[in-house]
Ligand binder design. Structure first.
Ligand code: SAH
Ligand code: SF4
Length: 387
């Protein structure tokens, strides 16, 4: 399924962008990430009629063109104008790693040299792309590797959309296929807290969901939040995507420790926001993610308390075996403890699948992401002589 030439070509054109940023020639502005209206404005500024933007949109997001030269339905003149001022290149692939289980992790380098990770998790007849929303994270959940990396910056709409486009390049999934996609689902569960970068995430998702383009439906997109309660209703109303809540603890004392954002938006307030989630129904339940930490949050009493908290919410629970990372202060619960916990939750009528860890061998599983560049800098610091 993976088409290496497509990927290396994409990386290549992005290389040029990155080089542009560092050389005397300024990098051409990238059109990826512009809304339809912004694209119209750009086209009009070139003295072209507005409707050309629709064609351009189709070439960029439906056909996946990486060069203006390929956009054969546009006039030669417009293609030349576009070529002079803009690009549709992808970020550079700094590294690409393949897990023994087929999971691929890309470390992407953006025009300013900053890096973020994207992970593709294939299944038999579908596949999920785990997308990053920020470089690093300002929140400091104690079990999360990304949380140990301080925030560098928000990703732009273009940088978020480009993660999907680059994965599509690699999978050879252009023009946007109607069926049989190996990139069928998107989860905003990579690096960062998506509701702390809401405007850019929303702009990116509107592009990704557009039916004349990448065309991934809101029903196939899940946004995971550590609990930014005041943003939850708006996210549902404006985007209508599936919601996942990183709960991980059932009382405030423990959640304050594991997910420090809980001190700002405690469990009761978070659950209230969930009850008001606009698209909530039995067909579209909220997923509650619960990382299984040995001896910390995995007792049957806590499972019963979880059921009580979910009482009037159409919900499913996703039990995530803790994925270890170097220096992590926790261990994963035993299989027995996880099963015992799941039995209590399922006994109360909630689905409680245990998420199979994917890509652990390449640190691509949930909570293991952390840009290699930051790790490298940290190890360089460690080696540096102390003055
Ligand atoms: N910031 C958002 C989205 C990214 S994290 C959030 O926290 O929801 C994606 C999921 O991975 C979250 O549920 C997170 O709690 C979980 N996670 C983080 N570190 C983990 C680890 N080491 N093992 C298993 N799951 C982890
Ligand atoms: Fe940030 Fe989510 Fe990791 Fe918490 S779990 S530190 S919110 S990425």
């Amino acid at each position: 399924m993976t088409s290496a030439p497509a990927l290396s070509e994409a990386a290549h054109s992005a290389d040029r962008d990155a080089m542009g940023a560092g050389s005397r020639q300024p990098a051409a502005a990238n059109l990826i990430g512009l809304s339809r209206t912004e694209l119209e404005t750009a086209v009009e500024a070139l003295g072209q009629p507005r409707f050309r933007a629709k064609q351009l949109w189709h070439w960029i997001y439906h056909r996946g063109a990486t060069e203006f030269a390929d956009m054969s339905s546009l006039s030669k003149e417009l293609r030349a104008h576009l070529e002079d001022r803009f690009s549709v290149g992808r970020p550079t692939v700094a590294t690409e790693q393949q897990s023994v289980d087929g999971t691929t992790k890309w470390l992407l380098r953006f025009a300013d040299g900053r890096e973020a990770e994207t992970v593709h998790i294939p299944e038999a007849d579908r596949g999920t792309l785990c997308v990053s929303s920020q470089i690093g994270c300002t929140l400091t959940c104690t079990f999360c590797h990304t949380g140990t990396q301080r925030l560098v910056r928000n990703l732009t709409p273009g940088e978020i959309v480009a993660q999907v486009m680059l994965a599509r390049d690699a999978l050879g999934e252009w023009p946007s296929p109607k069926e049989g996609r190996m990139l069928s689902n998107i989860v905003l569960m990579g690096m960062g807290e998506p509701l702390y970068n809401y405007d850019n995430v929303a702009a990116a998702l509107r592009i990704i969901m557009d039916p004349d383009g990448i065309a991934i439906s809101k029903r196939k997109i899940t946004l995971s939040t550590s609990g930014v309660a005041p943003m939850i209703e708006r996210c549902g109303r404006e985007l209508g995507v599936n919601l996942a809540i990183s709960l991980h603890a059932v009382n405030d004392a423990l959640r304050d420790e594991l997910v420090p954002l809980n001190r700002k938006y405690p469990i009761a307030e978070l659950m209230d926001a969930c009850r008001r989630y606009p698209t909530l129904s039995n067909a579209r339940r909220i997923t509650f993610e619960y990382v299984m930490l040995k001896g910390v949050n995995d007792s049957p009493a806590e499972a019963r308390e979880l059921v009580r908290l979910l009482a009037d919410i159409p919900a499913k629970v996703n039990l995530i075996p803790f994925n270890p990372w170097p220096g992590a202060p926790y261990e994963c619960s035993s299989e027995r403890a996880i099963k015992r916990f799941a039995d209590v939750v399922m006994g109360a009528g909630y689905p409680a699948p245990v998420r199979a860890p994917r890509g652990r061998d390449i640190l691509a599983a949930c909570g293991q992401l952390k840009s290699a560049s930051v790790k490298l800098r940290a190890s360089q610091r460690a080696r540096a002589p102390v003055s």
